[in-house]
Design a protein around this ligand. Structure first.
Ligand code: ZN
Length: 228
């Protein structure tokens, strides 16, 4: 009887240990865990997370974990990210911005024909080069407005790609504004927001004001073109 009890205790311990190990393995290899899967299944919770909401800012500030391309639930995550990016009319979005701390981003490839929106799993900048340039940036997660940020002109990017069922690393050189989008989105995966890198001490320019400034710039450029 006692032996049986000991065996049961041992078995329970072994099962518990087994589960804990499985859970750990799951998050290390990039598969979504139970909490993430149930969040993705509950559409009523889906939204763009904002830095003006305390609980949402905490998610935006976390370092995200590895993502596993093509594994369970990532189709749902991709759909949610696409939808929020489209409704916000942005050029890029990162998974933490929709509440999932995984290393997955969408970038609009303004440097490619047709300017497609593409997904990048576990993207990493392995080299920064060229000069640094200052430019205006905004963020779907920062309602306060736009600010100027210094970014590298050229980056060497590595990311995962599926090749004949296996995950392989891809390497690519990217320049110009598309490289700026990658730098902004990959920062999100490390809990960094553009306001952390903003140059100068001026407050952010409110969104309405920024769009008005851009509209005027465009109009001025168009009338200049006409005059020529
Ligand atoms: Zn952003």
């Amino acid at each position: 009887m006692i032996l049986k009890k000991i065996f049961l205790v041992f078995l329970t311990a072994a099962l518990f240990f087994g589960c804990a190990t499985a859970e750990k393995k799951q998050s290390e290899n990039g598969e979504l865990n139970e909490a993430e899967l149930s969040y993705l299944a509950d559409e009523s919770q889906h939204r763009t997370f904002l830095n003006s909401v305390k609980e949402e800012e905490a998610v935006l500030r976390k370092v995200s974990a590895k993502a596993l391309i093509n594994s369970n639930g990532y189709d749902k995550l991709e759909k949610l990210m696409s939808r929020e990016l489209e409704s916000g009319q942005g050029v890029g979005i990162a998974a933490p911005q929709v509440g999932v701390n995984r290393r997955l981003i969408i970038v609009q490839r303004l440097d490619k024909e047709g300017q497609p929106f593409e997904f990048y799993y576990n993207p990493e900048i392995v080299k920064r080069s060229g000069e640094q340039k200052e430019g205006w940036e905004g963020c779907l997660s920062i309602p306060a407005g736009f600010g100027k940020v210094m970014r590298w002109y050229e980056i060497d990017l590595e990311y995962d790609r599926l090749k004949e069922g296996a995950v392989v690393r891809e390497h690519e050189k990217i320049r110009g504004f598309t490289a700026v989008i990658f730098q902004h989105e990959i920062d999100h995966l490390d809990g960094v927001l553009f306001i952390d890198r903003k140059s100068g001490d001026e407050p952010l320019m409110p969104k309405d004001e920024y769009y008005e400034m851009r509209r005027r710039e465009k109009a001025a450029a168009a009338s200049e073109e006409k005059a020529e």
